[in-house]
Write a protein that binds this ligand. Structure first.
Ligand code: FPP
Length: 256
C-alpha cells in the first residue's frame, strides 16, 4: 500500500478548499446564514409571529445589500427548511407568501444589480406557482455577473444528500458512471450547490448553537459564528462584526 496516498489526497483537498493557502487564509467569499429568532423578536415586541417573519424579510433584504458591499461571491440564506413543514399551516402559508413577495418585489432590483439567484432545496414538492417563479428568477439572472444569492427553500442537508446519492445510484445503474469514479468532487457536483465554493463562514443568529440540517456537506471546514441578536435586528453593522470576528480566526483545514 502507498503510505503517502492519504497525505496526497488531503493535500489535494486542502488546495481546493475555499480560502486555502496562506495569503487567502482570511479571504471571505461565501457566507451562509441561519436566520433565526423571528418568533422571539415578535414576542419581545408584543406583535404576531407573522410580523416577526416580515421584519425578518427586511433583515434578509439588508443582508443581500450588505453582501454586495462586502464583496462576497456567494450569500446563502436559510429561508425554509424541510423541517419547517411541521409548523402550523398558517405559518407555512405565510412563509411561502414571503418568498412569492420577494420574487414579485425584488427580482427587478436583483436583475438590475447584477445578482444571480439560485434556489437550493427540493423544488419538486413546492406549489406550482412558486416553482415557476423560482425557475423564472434563475433564468432571468443566469447571465448576471455580480455575486450569487442562494436561497435555501424547502432545503435540508440530509435531503440534499439523499437526492444526490439516488441520482448517482441511477447513473451507476444505467452504466453512465463508474463506482470507482465517485469521489468528493463528483458528490459535490451532484449537490444543489454544485459550482459554488463551500461557505467560509456560517452565521446563526438568536443565540442558538446548532447547524439544523444546513449545508451538512459544504460546511465541513466552515467557521461558525453564533450571534445573540435576533434575526430581524441583524443589520450591516452586525454583518460587519461577524466578518471582523471571522478575519481574526485561524483556519487550518485539518493541517497545522
Ligand atoms: C426562523 O425564525 C426563521 C424562519 C423559519 C424563516 C426565515 C424567513 C425569513 C427571514 C423571511 C424570508 C426570506 C426570504 C429571503 C424569502 P423562527 O420563527 O424559528 O424564530 P423563533 O425560533 O424565535 O421562534
Amino acid at each position: 500500500m502507498d503510505v503517502n496516498a492519504p497525505r496526497r489526497l488531503a493535500q489535494r483537498m486542502a488546495a481546493s478548499m475555499p480560502g486555502a493557502g496562506d495569503e487567502e487564509e482570511k479571504s471571505l467569499r461565501h457566507v451562509a446564514i441561519i436566520m433565526d429568532g423571528n418568533g422571539r423578536w415578535a414576542k419581545k415586541h408584543g406583535v404576531s409571529r407573522l410580523r416577526g417573519h416580515q421584519e425578518g424579510m427586511e433583515a434578509a433584504r439588508r443582508a443581500v445589500e450588505a453582501a454586495k458591499d462586502l464583496g462576497l461571491s456567494h450569500l446563502t440564506l436559510y429561508s425554509f427548511s424541510t423541517e419547517n413543514w411541521n409548523r402550523p399551516e398558517w405559518e407555512v402559508r405565510h412563509l411561502m407568501g414571503l418568498l412569492r413577495q420577494f420574487f414579485e418585489k425584488d427580482l427587478a432590483d436583483l436583475v438590475e444589480e447584477g445578482i444571480r439567484v439560485r434556489i437550493i432545496g427540493d423544488r419538486r414538492t413546492l406549489p406550482n406557482d412558486i416553482r415557476e417563479m423560482v425557475e423564472q428568477a434563475e433564468r432571468q439572472t443566469a447571465d448576471n455577473k455580480g455575486y450569487t444569492l442562494q436561497i435555501a427553500f424547502n432545503y435540508g442537508g440530509r435531503d440534499e444528500l439523499v437526492r444526490a446519492v439516488s441520482s448517482l445510484a441511477e447513473q451507476v445503474a444505467s452504466g453512465t458512471l463508474d463506482v470507482e469514479a465517485i469521489d468528493e468532487r463528483v458528490i459535490g457536483d451532484t449537490l444543489d450547490t454544485a459550482n459554488a465554493p463551500d461557505p467560509d463562514l456560517v452565521i446563526r443568529t438568536s443565540g442558538e448553537q446548532r447547524l439544523s440540517n444546513f449545508l451538512l456537506w459544504q460546511a465541513a471546514y466552515s467557521e461558525f459564528i453564533f450571534m445573540d441578536c435576533l434575526w430581524p435586528d441583524f443589520d450591516e453593522a452586525a454583518f460587519r462584526e461577524a466578518v471582523d470576528i471571522y478575519r481574526g480566526r485561524n483556519r487550518r483545514f485539518g493541517g497545522r
